[in-house]
Design a protein around this ligand. Sequence first.
Ligand SMILES: Nc1ncnc2c1ncn2[C@@H]1O[C@H](COP(=O)(O)OP(=O)(O)OP(=O)(O)O)[C@@H](O)[C@H]1O
Ligand code: SF4
Ligand SMILES: [Mg+2]
Length: 360
Amino acid sequence: MTQIDPTGDPETNRILEPPFVPAVAPSDAPPVLSVRGLSVEFPTDDGVVRAVDDLSFDVFPNETLGIVGESGSGKSVTSLAILGLLPKQARVRGEVRFRGDNILGAKENTLRELRGDRIAMIFQDALAALNPVFTVGNQIAESIAVHHDLPKRELEARVVELLDMVGISQPAQRAKQYPHEFSGGMRQRAMIAMSIANDPDVLIADEPTTALDVTIQAQVLDVLERIQTRTRSAIMLITHDLGVVAGVAARVIVMYAGRQAELGTVDEIFYEPKHPYTRGLLASLPRVDRRVVNERLHRIEGQPPSLIFVPSGCAFHPRCPYADLQGLCVSERPPSVELSVGHCSDCHFAATLDERPVRP
Ligand SMILES: Nc1ncnc2c1ncn2[C@@H]1O[C@H](COP(=O)(O)OP(=O)(O)OP(=O)(O)O)[C@@H](O)[C@H]1O
Ligand code: SF4
Ligand SMILES: [Mg+2]
């Protein structure tokens, strides 16, 4: 591991060799899920889409890890790769260790046993995920029955308990209703009930609140938090909305063009961002504490790149106000620099960002 000293403190700045992992875990327990050097490519008629490019991270029991990034940054492909749900043509490299065992490329039988039981997923579109011809209760019961052989009465009691747990009133009656009889927020909560039915170790929530209005969004996030208190599940919360992770996650990975841009605690990401992309995202968040009420929101110039033609060096360089366009930023992919324990930025100038001139 290389030591650098751009701020005069060699102890706190290290260039991490790939596949990087920060030195110290946020928990005493070993990670429940470890992703190492995950890369996913899709060969297409127009060229190879590099959807995820050398991504490594850990998720610990009882923690919520937020994964944020603009549309197309590889968030969903990452979760599908973990669950082994990518289409056949996808080329996948790296490791996904669940409780120590590499499950990337595992047999379909093994994955089927894990999915919905030990690793569960909440999808964005609850209406599409629920079957309109079966009652909600039936579908939740089925998600338990495929993994566990329970007597009918116990199964029914568990369904009612789960609906109650996600805040659905009159759960016994509601269990007998069909998805179209539920409101949008209730359907999303029914989906959550289904995903936690078997007390999974890892819960992957891909944009669980995007389709919902703010009040229902808050209820759903509250349900996730309460569930975690009971089950100690690790939650991977995938969203393009930094505001959502702020309230719920402990640590955050910011992704750009299929790569990690920054990893840190919520406080580090929000109050001491060390990657220009994170700074751009934060500056474009509406905030009530802005001094000038009519101040225009900043937006990151340009568009995210096509993942077929990823810019050389640092993928963010065409949009980065701090970029050295004659040097490193264009010629070399930045390493992951650990600035303090567990806080990493994949930027050549992570440690000296505040002293760099900013292009207007
Ligand atoms: N089956 C596929 N074939 C080809 N390209 C794909 C396929 N699935 C995803 N991609 C591409 O991979 C990239 C990452 O997609 P992904 O769905 O992970 O983005 P995302 O970060 O989840 O975005 P969003 O916030 O819009 O959900 C995108 O460029 C997408 O077009
Ligand atoms: S490596 Fe260069 S282009 Fe990339 S984020 Fe850092 S300063 Fe910007
Ligand atoms: Mg997505």
